[in-house]
Design a binder for this molecule. Structure first.
Ligand code: SAM
Ligand code: ZN
Length: 489
């Protein structure tokens, strides 16, 4: 473990000198480095001093028992909370600077000024197909352009806007899209630390060139580290795997044999339209979702038992078999091949350990948790059960690289990159035989585990995303007109 860590630090290419170079570039462009800054009425010689001052205040506040007892306070150590935070603008916990923020930016109350505003009655239609909107997924996200009209109609320049259920922070992004000289201040709250983390990156994006440089490096380093897992031999030549198709191994209800065939793939192309097919062992008609008219019998899900090293206990899991691989053949380009036997043996020998940290939290029991056909019936009871062993090793490595940078803004943007497509690296990622790309093919808004999944490599999942984020961060910088933000969770 210690040895592996050493390899990573030297192979990541992100040594201290280079990290500092990124940070210097960050500061130069944003005007925060080595230039005096003012924050909530206090003057600092540069932005690093501002951060240091407020981090100390937050550190002190975290020792306050009453503060930590606020309902919904995130579960995390002081160091974890401090590492994510960039106070006073963003704290990964209830924001203790909110009173200072309001005192600083509020307009004096004028009791004689009558307030009246007619409702905004116009149709607002905006596309979701923008670089900024699609930079990071979040449920029930609203296109920021759709919020701009409301802000302009209901508020005045200089007002403080509160979105107490801010999610990914699109109200804050909308404030940044306002025309010059019509700046608003904005307070964004959300119960979910993940939401404020996403919002914080949207509202304080990295310098695009620094992000481009750092993200390419961590992707490259993670690929190097996991290279052996994502290559296979074709006629003695090593080929890079883009994705691997896995099928759930069902039981035949007639003869009890394992059904492990690509027929399952073609028979489950569409949800709810599973076709019937004959069992390859006994010819009995089977289907994943048989209709009455078909006369077929429903395939049986079988759960196997394994020892979960991370939990230190035995667990149930759905057995799966690798069927197909899409490779980049050095001579013939991109093609799909049947998974070679040797390669399958290699995958089957992988354990669920990693050289790097990964989350093992239990899933939260919700109203749908114990329903038939919900996650526990697939053996998914903890976060790490969403990953196949190779993906667990790969993604935990990439997350480690992203989290290793010193500069908080750049580090957050790299973690934003990793988390933006992380769902597409789980067993929720459905294989679409007719889809050109297999990236992010999970069903949004639900935790549906398909029978046939595509396990895709880091470079396949993140290459295009990296390029799009560079552009998105560029656009966000251009529209960076709202300077004062506060994001308490
Ligand atoms: C409909 S979403 C908002 C999405 C947002 N419009 C966006 O642009 O991403 C509602 C949000 O309310 C948050 N929420 C639910 N209960 C809350 C509470 N009691 N306090 C703060 N936030 C809460 C949820 O975590 C969720 O992110
Ligand atoms: Zn059979």
């Amino acid at each position: 473990m210690a040895e592996n860590k050493k390899v990573i630090e030297s192979s990541s290419g992100l040594n201290l000198k280079q990290q500092n170079a990124f940070c210097d570039a960050q500061g130069d462009i944003s005007g925060r480095k080595d230039q005096p800054v003012e924050c909530l009425g206090l003057k600092f010689v540069n932005d690093a001093e501002r951060r240091k001052y407020f981090l100390e205040k937050l550190r002190y506040k975290l020792k306050d028992h009453e503060f930590r007892s606020i309902e919904g306070f995130p579960i995390g150590s002081d160091e974890d909370i401090l590492a994510l935070s960039d106070p006073p603008y963003y704290t990964a916990c209830p924001n203790p600077f909110i009173t200072d923020f309001i005192s600083h930016y509020r307009k004096p109350y004028e009791p004689t000024a009558a307030y009246s505003n007619v409702p905004l009655t116009k149709d607002v239609r905006q596309t979701r197909d923008t670089l900024i909107y699609s930079a990071h997924t979040y449920h029930t996200k609203v296109p920021p352009q759709a919020i701009v009209d409301y802000i302009q109609h209901y508020t005045e320049p200089g007002d403080i806007i509160l979105d107490a259920f801010a999610g990914s922070g699109m109200t804050g992004v909308a404030c940044k899209l306002l025309p010059k000289d019509s700046e608003r201040h904005v307070i964004l709250c959300d119960l979910a630390p993940a939401a404020t983390f996403i919002a914080a990156t949207y509202l304080d994006p990295p310098l695009p060139t620094a992000f481009d440089h750092a993200s390419k490096r961590i992707l490259h380093s993670a690929q190097e580290y996991t290279h052996n897992l994502w290559t296979t031999q074709i006629n003695g030549v090593s080929a890079e795997i883009e994705f691997e198709v896995w099928t759930e191994i069902f039981h035949c209800p007639h003869c009890q044999s394992n059904i492990e065939t690509s027929t399952v793939v073609s028979a489950t192309e569409e949800i709810g339209s599973a076709k019937e097919f004959p069992c390859p062992h006994c010819n009995g008609m089977v289907s994943k979702a048989p209709t009455k008219a078909s006369g077929a019998t429903r395939l049986e899900r079988c759960l196997h038992t394994r020892f979960d090293e991370a939990l230190g206990q035995t667990i149930k899991y759905v057995p799966r078999a690798p069927l197909l691989i899409q490779v980049k053949d050095p001579r013939h380009g991109r093609k799909k091949i049947n998974t070679p036997l040797e390669h399958r043996k290699k995958l089957e020998s992988l354990d669920y350990r990693s050289d790097f940290w990964f989350p093992t939290n239990p899933l939260i029991e919700g109203e749908r948790f114990s329903w038939k056909d919900c996650l526990p019936s697939y053996g998914v009871t903890h976060v790490h059960h969403f990953y196949l062993p190779r993906q667990l090793k790969s993604l935990s490595c990439l997350w480690h690289m992203a989290s290793s940078l010193d500069d908080p803004r750049l580090r957050r943007s790299l973690q934003f990159l990793v988390s933006s497509n992380a769902l597409g690296c789980t067993i929720l990622n459905r294989f679409g035989p007719t889809h050109y790309s297999q990236v992010n093919k999970y069903f949004s808004g639900t935790l549906y585990v398909p029978s046939v999944i595509a396990e895709a490599s880091i470079s396949y999942v993140y290459s295009n995303k990296q390029k799009r984020l560079v552009k998105a961060f560029g656009e966000m910088h251009e529209s960076n007109r709202t300077k004062h933000l506060l994001i308490p969770s």
